[in-house]
Design a protein around this ligand. Structure first.
Ligand code: FEO
Length: 388
């Protein structure tokens, strides 16, 4: 396990998690990485570390450059255990290391997970650190992703160590965007934002503004590949996502029992088709929630449908609504729909959930008894066309 040189005196010493398939319920189909960076100067600095199961890999990579006991400074941009899980293993060997954390909350989180025995220095936005020839500036970016998140800027190299910000759950043998597949990296960065950062978009916007005037040649996040040739693109993507830019686009999510609710979903799609609005029809049993949310993030319209079974909606639609509520993409226009046999509560339950999220109904809920007739299918399509 060797370090990868990022530039003179700067090394990637993290770990690749090829097998990660779920991050707190977020479907991580491309795996991930826990990036840590070692900077060799008069004082030796480690930025972030790795999830606990990867600590041996981290220590081996550090040791390929320098004796880990020589580390003087650990910058902990974020205390979540995917970036701090090896902290006690490092301080066990680097006994005099000082850990830099973001604000009192950074100190609180680190102590909660790793005990009260470390030498901790609390920093805030604008604070600086000199390690010899290098100067670092700390910039707090709270809630991108936890309250303690910060980024660290290395002035001489114009490198932003951005932790979760600009990250992607993307395992690759390449460390830089130009050696990996940049399109996958951008897609995974958008998926990461949709499933991790989206509920904190106001704070993400503040972070974008905080970094706006910073000259950045390299963005070194703590997940995924390092941005070097696509810095401009990923910054533009973050500006767009944090500003919650939406498009004329619809996502139709449904579950079905005997095909009736699916037929309504397709009737709804015909309306968007007639208005030249791009749409996706998604069977909730087929596509992971995390991919559905990524599509919804920049959509203007959302249709959700379920038949009624046992007086409620089907469980995967209920689960999806729960996931949606947590990530809270704001400002959508919605259509609630479904079929039923005798009671039909599922459609009102979907409506209630979407009303609670302050979405605007396109029209009254669409309820069909048993099976939609050809006339009903046409009526559904036409009544939506009128409202779009
Ligand atoms: Fe990748 Fe919020 O930790």
């Amino acid at each position: 396990m060797k370090a990868t040189k990022i530039s003179d005196n700067i090394y990637w010493v993290g770990a690749i998690d090829w097998n990660l398939r779920s991050f707190h319920g977020y479907d991580t189909s491309n795996g991930s990485s826990y990036n840590a960076y070692l900077i060799i100067d008069e004082k030796i600095t480690l930025i972030d570390n790795v999830k606990e199961g990867f600590k041996q890999e981290l220590l081996e990579r550090i040791a390929s450059v320098v004796d880990p006991s020589k580390i003087d400074i650990i910058i902990s941009n974020h205390g979540e255990p995917d970036h701090s899980g090896a902290i006690n293993d490092i301080t066990n060997v680097a006994k005099n290391a000082t850990i830099y954390v973001s604000g009192a909350v950074g100190e609180k989180i680190l102590k909660a997970y790793y005990g009260d025995t470390h030498d901790i220095k609390v920093v805030k936005t604008g604070d600086k650190l000199n390690t010899g020839k290098y100067n670092f500036t700390f910039l707090q970016t709270p809630f991108v992703h936890w309250p303690d998140n910060m980024v660290t800027y290395l002035e001489e190299e114009k490198i932003l160590f951005s932790n979760d910000c600009f990250g992607q759950h993307y395992a690759s043998s390449s460390r830089f965007d130009y050696n990996a597949d940049p399109q996958i990296a951008i897609i995974e960065a958008r998926k990461y934002y949709a499933n991790i950062v989206l509920p904190y978009s106001k704070q993400a916007l503040k972070a974008c503004k905080l970094l706006e005037d910073l000259q950045i040649d390299i963005i070194a996040p703590s997940h995924g590949i390092i941005w070097k040739e696509y810095v401009k693109e990923i910054r533009a993507q973050y500006d767009e996502m944090a500003n919650r830019v939406t498009r004329e686009k619809a996502v139709i999510v449904y579950d079905t029992m005997y095909d009736s609710t699916r037929k309504i979903a397709y009737a709804i799609a015909d309306a968007f088709d007639a208005k030249n609005i791009p749409y996706q029809i998604i069977d909730v049993n087929v596509t992971p929630f995390s991919d559905i949310i990524t599509e919804i993030m920049d959509s203007k319209y959302l249709a959700i449908g379920s038949p009624t079974a046992n007086n409620v909606m089907l469980p995967n639609i209920a689960g999806f609504l729960h996931y949606l509520k947590g990530l809270n993409p704001t400002g959508l226009k919605y259509i609630a729909f479904g079929s039923y046999g005798w009671s039909g509560q599922s459609i009102d339950m979907i409506k209630q959930s979407l009303d609670e999220m302050k979405y605007e109904p396109v029209l009254d809920p669409i309820k069909v008894l048993y099976v939609p007739s050809k006339e009903q299918i046409l009526d559904i399509t036409n009544s939506i066309i009128e409202k779009l």
